[in-house]
Write a protein that binds this ligand. Structure first.
Ligand code: G3I
Length: 333
């Protein structure tokens, strides 16, 4: 019972609707969720392309079913994600209008969605991945990074428009800015925190920073992670680990999951959880969520091709040593 060891949410991203092997049809996945977790994130079905597939037509049935399951089982829900450059419907990507029409389109999406779920969620990723690794706003296509139509059509103000609309729709839900690589990339985290400080100064509602933490078996190390969390704590903002998973075979050298890899993974989960507990005071702990239930569910293998085993349960839905590592990490002070 992992979540029984923590005073803050211990979450997991789950497939639902027709986006993957819906956990609502999977007794093995439900058993794990109910035994070990206290919060759910929808891995896909609360993203814009699912919730507003054509302009003005909102589809909430799949998300409502997931939330009903969560409520029936005493789990809270973290909403993911109101605004992202990816997984938006074609009509949104190809929207034509000036900056103020785009602003209105963005605000309509955020208002409709956040209002529909008002009072039912613990927190939202309001804006996801608005910055690039060099600390600039995600704008045009750079290398492998897709550009952001939001930035291109509205400018950086789109971020605060989304936060303001989310708060207007739901007075109590926590509002996060969420991004990847910030547990090690100073330039990127500093740029995000410059924005967050400006939001605080100007009264734009922001509750915390979401650290995705799709990290690797070799790094970042505990000291670096703690340093990055501390910068957020120093601003009085909450820290939430929103999407942790651990790539064990980024270089493709492993062909099977060895005992050595299992133990390395256990130690890595433990040090990440320890870094969190040792750095973030209880009042600023938004929780820790793993990005998937069991290894066959991971997004990493379809995207990168190598065999990999990033999660805490194996292909038989049995716990890996990583689960004990996570539990041991929760004993830190
Ligand atoms: O639903 C369709 C299905 O109808 C179709 O037959 C199938 C064929 O390809 O595709 C399905 O859509 C896939 C969707 O997941 C649902 O399974 C998309 O192709 C696939 O690209 C999509 O991947 C998701 C990815 O976000 C998109 O970037 C992953 O499941 C999801 O884990 C991943 O999550 C992101 C977070 O939202 C943000 N942070 C990074 C994280 C990992 O990339």
């Amino acid at each position: 019972h992992l979540s029984a060891l923590a005073e803050f949410p211990i979450g997991v991203a789950v497939p639902a609707g027709d986006a993957g092997n819906s956990m609502l049809n999977s007794p093995e996945r439900q058993a794990i969720v109910e035994q070990h977790f206290s919060q759910l994130t929808a891995e896909n079905i609360m993203k814009p392309s699912y919730l507003q597939p054509s302009e003005g037509n909102f589809f909430f049935d799949d998300a409502d079913a997931l939330i009903a399951y969560a409520e029936n089982n005493g789990l809270s829900v973290h909403g993911h994600a109101l605004i992202w450059h990816f997984q938006i419907a074609d009509w949104m990507a190809n929207y034509s209008g000036d900056a103020s029409a785009w602003q209105q389109m963005l605000e309509t999406h955020v208002t409709e969605v956040a209002s529909h779920f008002e009072g039912q969620l613990a927190s939202w990723d309001v804006v996801n991945e608005a910055f690039l690794d060099d600390g600039s706003y995600r704008n045009v296509d750079v290398g492998n990074d897709a550009g952001s139509v939001w930035y291109q059509n509205i400018g950086p103000q789109y971020i605060e428009y989304a936060f303001n609309a989310a708060r207007a729709a739901d007075a109590h839900v926590d509002l996060y800015y969420n991004d990847y690589n910030i547990s090690w990339n100073d330039t990127k985290l500093n740029a995000i925190l410059t924005m967050a400080e400006d939001f605080i100064d100007r009264g734009i509602p922001i509750s915390g920073i979401g650290f995705q933490m799709h990290v690797d078996k070799s790094g970042p190390g505990k000291a670096k992670i703690k340093e990055q969390f501390q910068k957020v704590v120093d601003l009085g903002l909450k820290v939430k680990i929103t999407e942790v998973d651990l790539r064990m075979n980024a270089d493709g050298s492993a062909t099977s999951l060895t005992n050595q890899l299992l133990l390395q993974q256990k130690a890595r989960y433990q040090e990440i959880v320890e870094a969190y507990i040792e750095t973030v005071p209880p009042s600023l702990r938004g929780g820790i969520s793993v990005w998937g239930i069991a290894d066959p569910d991971t997004w990493i293998v379809p995207l990168y091709g190598n065999p990999d085993w990033p999660l805490m349960f194996d292909d038989q839905f049995e716990p890996k040593p990583a689960l004990q590592g996570f539990a041991d990490g929760l004993a830190a002070t």
